[in-house]
Design a protein around this ligand. Sequence first.
Ligand code: HEC
Length: 145
Amino acid sequence: MRRFILAVSALALATTAAFADIVADRQAVMKENAKQVGVLAKMVKGEAAFDAAAVLAALTALNGNVQKIDVAASFPAGTDKGDTTASPKIWEDAAGFQAEVDKFKAVAASAAAAPAQDLDALKAQVGAIGQTCASCHQSFRVKKG
Ligand code: HEC
């Protein structure tokens, strides 16, 4: 019995560690998204000059990153625990969350396929991308104090 309990708690620890890796990985993906959007936001704010090649590079990197998001792999049930701001709503409203991911993929793909050629177009493009981030965060992220 004691050996059984030890085995079960070792398994629980291993599961927790695997979950921690999954959470860290998806947070790294999000940080990378924020980095690419940051490159574009600097141009929008006038902190950097408009640079069509840099826009294309950032949108291509963002799109590549976004297309790899796999809800089943990155948000398995149980990963709303621990060092995460993922809301339990991801699992309560799985269809709604998947819809936000699909929207994110569509917006990123169309932006990468038609990168802005001037600052006004970039403003619109960054606005559309930012709205996608905000919409999902509003519904599916919690603030942890
Ligand atoms: C489909 C939903 C969804 C979309 C779209 C989305 N995010 Fe997130 N984001 C999340 C979730 C869920 C978390 C919480 C992940 C966690 O802590 O496990 C998160 C976390 C983050 C974090 C914090 C990462 C950390 O280190 O804790 C940043 C930064 C971020 N997102 C940036 C962005 C940006 C920028 C965009 C748009 C380009 C974006 N996100 C689009 C769902 C989304």
